[in-house]
Design a binder for this molecule. Structure first.
Ligand SMILES: [Zn+2]
Length: 393
């Protein structure tokens, strides 16, 4: 239909006035402000806005959007799938507060991983993903978890390089068993290329893990899971990873992967600055029980716990970061500020993107999560747009 004459000059412009969210308990890097305000101007957090639309969010917590370092999918789709699958998984996790996400692959043929890296790098280029995490194939058959044994290989630096190249500058992290032949050289190669070397799915001793950290490894992939347990005569990788100030430890805080006491032990020992709460989520996250694929392997999800159909290994989680938040505060009784650090600031710093995300500070992206007093998610904003609209009166 034609536009009526005269209507042209008065066309509706989308509202461009800044929004000022007031009255919430706002968690800032310096602590929690009880009656704080956050100003959003366009896609960014602004310092002040005298003419902003004031939105009352009292009775809520306002925290930075979550950053997930390790995530395989959600909403019935995985990061090993098509571009549409990848978008669906991203969308699912955004609805749960994850505004920044690194897509994790699982062990597969090198050719398939190279192709998938190309696809994921395009989505990273568009700003939909923060990067790519290759979990496998350079991992230990002794600690393979839900990875296909036949496709595992030693970490040959030339092959590691092939994956980094395929990711076209978007490789964020590679999880590898650093004790395998070529492991330490691969760690050095990753460090040289600014890619995080993560120790995981490993059978390393304490001493071997110390060597990996000396070579440049800076992350523990889901600490405690897929590595030898902490022993008093052979402390293994856990002690080495927990004690070194240079290492950030990933924890899957879903109540299944870690006993609360193990979580508390790690959290207390590493301190709130060196923990990243990750989901390690697979397709079923945000959906529910049923049969799914994790890479080439079949997984059965029952009561929210994902296990391989063959062998019964835990196969990723169905966790979302809003649930990790709620659990950490209400069950683990961790201080809200420490939980915010583990879900936002620490992973952002690790990824080197803390100039744009990870805290509620002027100049950063307007990525934020609104939680009620029971830490239920009520709103999610990404780059100034509500992904989950809090429906405030
Ligand atoms: Zn994983």
């Amino acid at each position: 239909m034609a536009t009526p004459l005269g209507a042209r000059g008065t066309a509706h412009h989308p509202t461009t006035r800044p929004q000022v969210l007031t009255g919430a308990r706002v968690v800032l890097p310096t602590g929690t402000v009880p009656d704080g305000r956050v100003t959003i101007d366009g896609t960014k957090i602004a310092a002040e806005a005298p003419h902003g639309n004031v939105v009352d969010v009292s009775g809520h917590w306002l925290v930075p959007g979550f950053v997930d370092l390790h995530n395989h999918g959600g909403g019935g789709a995985s990061f090993s799938g098509t571009a549409e699958d990848v978008q669906r998984a991203i969308r699912t996790h955004r609805l749960h507060g994850t505004t920044t996400l690194v897509a994790s692959t699982v062990t597969d043929d090198m050719d398939i991983l190279v192709r998938q890296a190309g696809l994921l790098s395009e989505l990273a280029e568009q700003g939909d993903l923060a990067g790519i995490h290759f979990e496998g194939p350079f991992i230990s058959p002794c600690r393979k978890g839900a990875h296909s044994e036949a496709l595992l290989r030693d970490p040959d630096p030339a092959e590691v390089r092939k994956l980094i190249d395929a990711a076209r500058g978007r490789a964020s992290m590679v999880t590898l068993a650093t004790e395998l032949p070529g492991g330490l050289d691969s760690v050095r190669l990753l460090a040289e290329h600014g890619v995080i070397a993560a120790v995981g799915h490993t059978d390393a001793t304490y001493e071997q893990t110390v060597q990996a950290i000396e070579a440049g490894a800076t992350v523990a992939t889901h600490l405690f899971n897929a590595m030898p347990p902490l022993g008093h005569r052979s402390p293994g990788p856990i002690a080495a990873l927990l004690e070194d100030e240079r290492v950030t430890v990933e924890l899957i805080n879903d109540g299944t992967h870690l006993h609360p006491a193990a979580l508390e032990l790690a959290f207390r020992h590493a301190g709130p600055g060196r923990v990243a709460f990750i989901t390690d989520a697979m397709d079923a996250a945000g959906i529910g029980d049923g049969r799914y694929l994790l890479g080439p392997l079949e997984v059965e999800v029952s009561e929210g716990v994902a296990r391989l159909v063959e062998g019964g290994s835990i196969a990723g989680s169905t966790l979302t970061q809003d649930r990790a938040f709620q659990r950490a505060v209400t069950i683990d009784r961790l201080p809200v500020e420490d939980v915010v650090a583990a879900l936002s600031a620490n992973p952002a710093r690790l990824l080197g993107i803390d100039d744009t995300v990870g805290s509620l500070e002027p100049g950063k992206d307007a990525d934020l999560v609104l939680l009620d007093e029971n830490f239920e998610l009520k709103g999610v904003m990404r780059k100034g747009e509500w992904v989950v609209d809090p429906q405030l009166a």
